[in-house]
Design a protein around this ligand. Structure first.
Ligand code: FAD
Length: 378
């Protein structure tokens, strides 16, 4: 297969790269990581460009771009930080659920203000006792007239605490393991919902939270998709989420590797550049070909999604390989930078922390391997 970008794709890549250099940059990224602030100014700039709607169809005010163009966006938006990328990707791939499964009323209510940058989204699958085994979710939604009454606890709901955020909640509406799950839209200011921020080493700008539901009432009209179809909604969601993550890890690893190359060429010990030592040169070369392979896996998966093909295995392969590669690149970068790698102003410690998170976030590496094996009939 030929994955060389078309002229249109190359222009999109260059536009995004210029945007990242001009509007975001390293200083801004470090500041937001250290202060745990959401990149509001940049978020509104992306909204002004119309890019939040890149996956939404044109009749909903979106750009109607395909998953390959979206992968290019994810690759570039992660140039300096996977956390910055998550602030955008999470909103874009979660809003996409409304385009795919939402009613006309839900789309009219949420999408125009999402496109302006005001309406934000969070996705809530994980629970204290249901992580990799997400279908074990026990947060319950019970019908009471024309309302759902929700009780339970959710874990790791990233971004749920930001203003104007609506949570796409996966809740249990009956006992069947998979067919008993339903997705429901829950605005984060609904009475009875308590959101506590968690102090994690990653996702500092987006933030992640624990959510406690105590008789939270939302109209039945907030059901996203059909009752009992939540596992299917989440399955499609996760496929796009994992493809986004894979592309972003490739983009961030590119910067980490370029930083390593620059540093090891400049830094001299024993009268020579670090990059002249064979052990370092070989690690860099190994990372270069692994990164090239990871990028091909990402664009293979994105191309299959763009063609509407079944790509469960390919998305998981791209995700697990991109994350592992990003981690190796950052691990080697940390070692090559010696003590300096451990200082925030050298950025490598951030790439390292965030790459490690990728081995768990969006579905752990072990689970991706299980998906690949299952798709292979094993
Ligand atoms: C910063 C952060 C942000 C997050 N954001 C969100 C979010 O916005 N929304 C959301 O719903 N979730 C979110 N998550 C949750 C994330 O998806 C889970 O952490 C992940 O699915 C793993 O679940 P767990 O942490 O409970 O680990 P566990 O499921 O307890 O797994 C622990 C370890 O055991 C391994 N393991 C588990 N089962 C198997 C198996 N069958 N075979 C082999 N190994 C296995 C895992 O791979 C892992 O290494 C976030 C997590 C973090 C840390």
């Amino acid at each position: 297969m030929d994955f060389r970008h078309t002229e249109e794709q190359k222009m999109w890549l260059d536009t995004l790269d210029r945007f990242m250099e001009k509007e975001v940059g390293r200083e801004y990224t470090r500041k937001h990581d250290a202060s745990r602030q959401f990149p509001e100014e940049i978020y509104y700039k992306v909204a002004e460009e119309g890019w939040l709607g890149m996956l939404l169809p044109e009749d909903l005010g979106g750009m109607g771009l395909d998953p390959v163009m979206y992968a290019i966006f994810c690759e570039k938006i992660a140039k300096f930080s996977l956390d910055t990328a998550a602030c955008f990707m999470q909103m874009i791939f979660t809003a996409n659920n409304l385009a795919t499964h939402g009613t006309k009323e839900q789309q009219e209510k949420y999408i125009p203000s999402f496109l302006k940058g005001d309406q934000r989204f969070a996705i809530s699958i994980s629970e204290p006792n249901a992580g990799s085994d997400a279908a074990a979710a026990s947060t319950k939604a019970v019908l009471d007239g024309d309302h759902w009454v929700i009780n339970g606890a959710k874990m790791w709901c990233s971004g749920a605490h930001h203003k104007n955020t609506t949570i796409v909640l996966m809740a249990r509406t009956s006992q069947e393991r998979y067919d008993g799950l339903t997705t429901i839209l829950v605005p984060n200011d609904t009475p009875g919902l308590e959101i506590r921020k968690l102090d994690t080493i990653v996702r500092k700008s987006l933030g992640t939270t624990q959510c406690f539901y105590d008789n939270v009432r939302v109209p039945v009209a907030n059901t996203l998709g059909k009752v009992g179809d939540g596992w299917n909604v989440i399955g499609k969601h996760l496929q796009l989420e994992r493809m986004s993550l894979a592309a972003s890890y490739v983009g961030n690893a590119r910067t980490a590797l370029d930083d390593t190359i620059r540093y090891t060429k400049d830094r001299k010990q024993f009268g020579k550049s670090l990059s002249s030592f064979q052990v370092i040169k070989h690690r860099i070369a190994e990372n270069e070909y692994e990164l090239a392979a990871a990028r091909l896996l990402v664009y293979n998966a994105a191309t299959m999604l763009a063609r509407g093909e079944h790509a469960l295995k390919e998305v998981s392969m791209a995700k697990v390989f991109a994350v592992d590669t990003a981690f190796k690149v950052a691990f080697n970068g940390m070692q090559a930078m010696g003590g300096y790698g451990q200082m925030p102003e050298f950025d490598m410690e951030r790439y390292f922390r965030e790459a490690k998170h990728g081995m768990v976030g969006g579905g752990a590496n072990e689970i991706q391997r299980s998906i690949i094996a299952k798709e292979m009939g094993i």
